[in-house]
Design a protein around this ligand. Structure first.
Ligand SMILES: Nc1ncnc2c1ncn2[C@@H]1O[C@H](COP(=O)(O)OP(=O)(O)OP(=O)(O)O)[C@@H](O)[C@H]1O
Ligand SMILES: [Mg+2]
Length: 139
């Protein structure tokens, strides 16, 4: 377990960029943290690190969004609105989890039982002040 302090958005962006550059096919990054802790902000930086040029959005009704302009496909999940892990089967999540790209999952705690053991888990918490965040990473 690694604990990382991000003092501001720039540090989050740098962390995400480095992570994005290091990710490999089949990697799953599970983001667990309250509203506004920066799961989407981190995903945007990871995407940039993967060489993705498309704009990463925070979709309201789409559980998964695919981006294919980088060195690997990125499957960006936001499972906030998942009622039941059953919904994940309906969406064919295994094709993404065990596919050709990288998965980043916001609100991954809601589907914890589906996460492979080797998933890279990041717990995001608020730190001191407006812009500090503290990450607990399993990798
Ligand atoms: N160090 C930081 N890292 C990331 N975001 C930060 C930081 N400091 C401040 N912020 C702000 O926190 C907010 C994070 O919003 P973001 O949408 O990324 O959160 P989220 O965890 O995805 O929320 P949601 O649960 O609604 O999906 C942004 O407004 C961003 O500007
Ligand atoms: Mg978000």
């Amino acid at each position: 377990m690694r604990i990382i302090h991000l003092k501001n958005e720039e540090e989050t962006a740098k962390f995400g960029l480095d992570l994005g550059m290091s990710l490999q096919k089949g990697d799953i990054v599970a983001l667990i943290g309250d509203l506004g802790t920066g799961k989407t902000a981190l995903t945007k930086a990871v995407a940039r690190g993967m060489g993705i040029t498309e704009t990463i959005t925070s979709p309201t009704f789409t559980i998964v969004q695919e981006y294919t302009s980088g060195r690997l496909p990125l499957y960006h999940f936001d499972v906030y609105r998942i009622q039941d892990p059953e919904d994940m089967y309906e969406l064919g999540y295994e094709e993404y989890f065990f596919g050709e790209g990288v998965c980043v999952i916001e609100w991954a705690d809601l589907i914890e039982e589906l996460l492979p053991e080797e998933a890279k888990v990041i717990r995001l918490e608020y730190g001191a002040g407006e812009s500090e965040r503290i990450y607990q990473c399993t990798f």
